[in-house]
Design a protein around this ligand. Structure first.
Ligand code: ADP
Ligand code: TZP
Ligand code: MG
Length: 267
């Protein structure tokens, strides 16, 4: 597929004009997420201090917020950034890492949801719990299947007016009206920490390219990960080599290959 909003078209535009992506992510993810964005062609900046997060969000193309290693000070920075992104009309992508695990996380996510995320990405356990369901998640790891989270995703999309991405073996994206499944990737991906967090940052990069089309931007980011993941798996011997093969695959991926190999189906 090759149209105005095909994954390849968006990847080409991203490379032609690298967007500045404001990432408030966790200590585990900061390095790999920045490298993922650079390999894809975007310009990452990890900025979380409450003294500057609001000011920075206004100048970036998109904001991504991830609660993986949360503290009260970080939460204040997240709120300032989300408010500023909203005022500036910039997309805001939320990753509610393990929000079901503690009261502090649940309260933080409730506050961030009030600030109107454009896209929410999580694994199946996180999305099920966000919609009020009983999830089997353990810490940051999902123990539910994406198919079990599809109704929850549709519900959340309508409730928050957001695009919802559920990732796993086959990803699912919905804006409450349209929905798509994206096949591909590799079983090695959940064996490398913070790849999901990095994907959230990449959704931010694609959202900056198409601020008015979060569904298409999210599908493009997920398709990019799926195709690069398959390429990397064909070369890797295990999680260690997968992580650097994945960066190489992302950097080598071109628009035509992405559109040829992406397996995106309407759902
Ligand atoms: N079993 C799997 N097979 C193929 N790809 C997978 C599998 N599990 C996860 N992925 C991919 O790994 C990436 C991160 O997703 P996921 O592991 O669900 O996030 P998180 O790290 O937040 O739990 C996504 O691109 C997803 O498609
Ligand atoms: C291990 C860990 N602990 C807190 S955040 C984090 C990283 C989670 O990354 P991902 O959600 O992409 O698996
Ligand atoms: Mg995660």
């Amino acid at each position: 597929m090759q149209d105005q909003t095909s994954p390849g078209t968006l990847l080409g535009e991203l490379r032609a004009q690298p967007p500045l992506v404001h990432c408030i992510t966790n200590f585990v993810a900061m390095n790999i997420a920045a490298n993922v964005l650079l390999a894809a062609g975007a310009s990452p900046a990890m900025v979380h201090a409450e003294e500057e997060a609001g000011e920075f969000a206004a100048i970036a193309g998109a904001l991504t917020i991830n609660i993986g290693t949360l503290s009260s000070a970080w939460l204040r920075g997240m709120q300032a950034a989300a408010i500023a992104a909203g005022r500036a009309g910039k997309p805001f992508v939320l990753d509610p890492v393990a929000h079901y695990a503690t009261g502090f996380r649940r309260a933080a996510v409730d506050r961030l949801l009030e600030l109107g995320p454009t896209v929410i990405r999580g694994n199946a356990s996180e999305i099920i719990a966000l919609a009020g369901g009983a999830s089997r998640g353990q810490g940051v790891d999902s123990r539910d299947h994406v198919e079990q989270a599809e109704d929850a995703a549709r519900l959340l999309a309508r409730e928050h007016g957001a695009t919802i991405a559920v990732t796993g073996a086959v990803d699912f994206v919905t804006d409450g009206d349209r929905a798509a499944r994206i096949e591909g990737g590799s079983a090695l991906m959940p064996q490398v920490t913070a790849l999901g967090c990095s994907l959230t940052c990449l959704i931010g990069a694609f959202s900056a390219i198409r601020p008015g089309a979060p569904f298409e931007a999210t599908v493009a980011a997920l398709a990019t990960f799926s195709v690069a993941g398959e390429m990397a798996a064909s070369k890797a011997d295990g999680p260690g080599s997968f992580s650097w093969c994945f960066l190489d695959a992302l950097a080598a991926l071109d628009a035509a290959t992405l559109d040829r190999d992406a397996r995106v189906r309407a759902a």
